[in-house]
Design a protein around this ligand. Sequence first.
Ligand code: NAD
Length: 377
Amino acid sequence: EIVFIAKESDPNEGRVAGSVESVKKLKSLGFDVVVEAGAGLRSRMLDAEYEKAGARIGTAAHAKGADVILKVRRPTEAEIAGYKSGAIVIAIMDPYGNEEAIAAMAGAGLTAFAMELMPRITRAQSMDVLSSQANLAGYQAVIDAAHEYDRALPMMMTAAGTVPAAKVFVMGAGVAGLQAIATARRLGAMVSATDVRPAAKEQVASLGAKFIAVEDEEFKAAETAGGYAKEMSRDYQAKQAALVAEHIAKQDIVITTALIPGRPAPRLVTHEMLHSMKPGSVVVDLAVERGGNVEGAEAGKVTEVGGVKVVGHLNVPGRIAASASLLYAKNLVTFLETMVSKETKTLKLDMEDELVKATALTHGGAVVHPAFGGANR
Ligand code: NAD
């Protein structure tokens, strides 16, 4: 059976769905692997290296013969037309609000898997793309902030005087936020953080940062069984905003990472708060593609509001593409391995498997995921 590792067509996507290691692993699972020429270039993975690992180098036309297509982004209509009916496509599908695109994959007879729907259970930890990519995004957000900030982050005591440490505030202490905290700490900043999940408090403290939050009854109950944030009441949001407003005015760098699965990102930083900050301060909005945590943040741009730089880079994991691809490719191959029979070394899809159930969007010509209009469960 053939696995095709596609070249991403989105110009903003520097990542690739296969690495040298993942190709070797795919070969050992019994697959014939075709890598689209130049697919890994922007992730520093060369065709010759894939070839040495056992892959063949092909063109987009080779997708037609593939049983499994590995991608970073959901395939476009044109790409879908190049796949055979019955093929498995695994990617970051960005399914919420994209029901039409999901229906198109169903219509083409594809079995499409959305990696971001992987359940966050121990068995699937090594397949968790949200974590592997958010972790790098959190790191990169601090690097981007440091790049835009005209001062040093650590305190420096020199013969010529003392540079004060930068004050960094991280909003949302999930996977990305915790890595942002750790990275800012490594760079010597004074770090504080907030989150609506009570469990975050201890994690923030264990990284040596100060926790800032309104800790009322609603806060104590603000975590879903899946470990995600709930959308908070208006009343809570107002109380939190007041506390945050006071805190933000004293910060040099703010990094926002707050997300609620399947909902627009919560608005955490208002224009007014931006205006309360010192000119030259930097705000990085990691949620900009999901509606944004920061008022005035623009996707794909660095803007200025009252002298404060507001950074809204697109696809932040893609800004650290070589590392992101390495981890993403590993996530993919680990998932695909669960679909391969060890005895026959062939694909054996079990639609009742809990990982398959959670991530399959389309199968057998229909949308199968209940969250996106699928009924046959
Ligand atoms: P996420 O990307 O969905 O959201 C980022 C953070 O924003 C979360 O911590 C969330 O609580 C926070 N947030 C949402 N609304 C907010 C608001 N109004 N103000 C401040 N913060 C707000 O989250 P994530 O990084 O994917 O992590 C979610 C949870 O899942 C965490 O508890 C994480 O530790 C857990 N997790 C578990 C596993 C596993 O068990 N395998 C793997 C990864 C993550």
